[in-house]
Design a protein around this ligand. Sequence first.
Ligand code: IPE
Ligand code: IPE
Ligand code: MG
Length: 235
Amino acid sequence: MNKINHIAIIMDGNGRWAKNHGVDRIEGHNAGVKAVRKTIKACKKFNIQYLTLYAFSTENWKRSKREVTGLMSLLSSFLDSTLDELMESDISLRAIGQLDSLPYIVKKKLNSVIKKTKNNKSGVCCLALSYGGRAEIVDTTKKIAQLAKDNKLKISDIDEDLFSQNLYAPDIPNPELIIRTSGEFRISNFLLWQLSYSEFYISDILWPDFDEEELKKAIDNYNARNRRFGGREEE
Ligand code: IPE
Ligand code: IPE
Ligand code: MG
């Protein structure tokens, strides 16, 4: 049986959930936050060490000012209220993305929760915020170019390992499984480097309705697969 160390989730469908319930999109995002809390707990229960949640993409800045502001304020209140839960469940918070473009207050709260949960050992919850896979690759390239310019490395030192070591969170392993909710078959600029050999699971459930049972289905489905990484199945 395959062991999953890291699950990454594209949490999609909050807007459609809101529409189905005849409420404002922000209410859909609010319901989405509840699903986030449930999913963090469920991952701990299933012994998943790393959970990366795609919460806001570099492209999501294109949404209406009202929606972006609503999302940032939800993020801010999530950070306020989640600290106790993370401490209690011994989970550390991390973040990847162009974090400097987040509002000052969100950045401040984010850094504070990251700092306070730093030594928690039972799991890692990594939020992808203002995150784009292409932006991460470009930012990584800039970092490496600067190192080369400063004579800290030679061009011939650049390989896949060195590139991986300069990503936003180099210590977090690649996800074995990526889940996207709401039935969409798209990667939407998520973890482009890290997903090269991840297994995909598409759930028809809209993100606010995602729960432990649906997570278990995705894990069971993954565990029934054969991963060959371009090689041959072992006999
Ligand atoms: C996902 O839900 C949450 C974010 C992208 C922030 P959406 O807001 O994309 O929901 P749909 O796709 O419109 O249903
Ligand atoms: C992807 O969902 C981003 C997040 C879940 C944060 P989107 O709803 O933004 O993606 P598209 O527009 O369907 O590709
Ligand atoms: Mg969407």
